[in-house]
Design a protein around this ligand. Structure first.
Ligand code: ZN
Ligand code: ZN
Length: 128
């Protein structure tokens, strides 16, 4: 089996992750809603819940996406290997802002105000 696949099996979502939460209460509440209350908002709530259940909030999916596959494939030796570190910081400022405009030739460094983690945003360099 590929190392990456093993890693994916090993790397469990944190218990705080949306994917690990027990949503049955919310589901039951929705299922028990009398039909006269099933308006537009009701179906939006169902959709919201479905989205939430599928959204990883602990960061493990992000980490697994960013694993350097080539590097792992080269590692054919047995023994211990480093797992990616799981960052448990929940600060809303942990992730860099989206939709940030980075001027040509620049990168942008985001520093989390809480844990101090830095994330460098390097835009794809477009050459014309
Ligand atoms: Zn997760
Ligand atoms: Zn942080």
């Amino acid at each position: 089996m590929e190392t990456v696949e093993k890693l994916k099996q090993y790397a469990k979502h944190l218990s705080t992750c949306n994917k690990m939460q027990d949503w049955t209460e919310a589901e039951t509440a929705l299922a028990d809603t009398p039909s006269e209350f099933r308006d537009e908002g009701y179906y939006e709530a169902i959709q919201d819940l479905e989205n939430k259940k599928r959204t990883c909030t602990c960061g493990i999916e992000e980490i697994l996406k960013n694993i350097n596959m080539e590097q792992l494939k080269e590692d054919k030796k047995g023994g211990f290997f480093d797992l990616p570190k799981i960052n448990v910081c929940n600060d809303p400022g942990h992730k860099p802002p989206t939709h940030i405009h980075i001027p040509q030739g620049k990168g942008y460094r985001h520093v989390c105000p809480k844990c101090g983690a830095t994330i460098d945003l390097i835009p794809p360099q477009i050459s014309f």
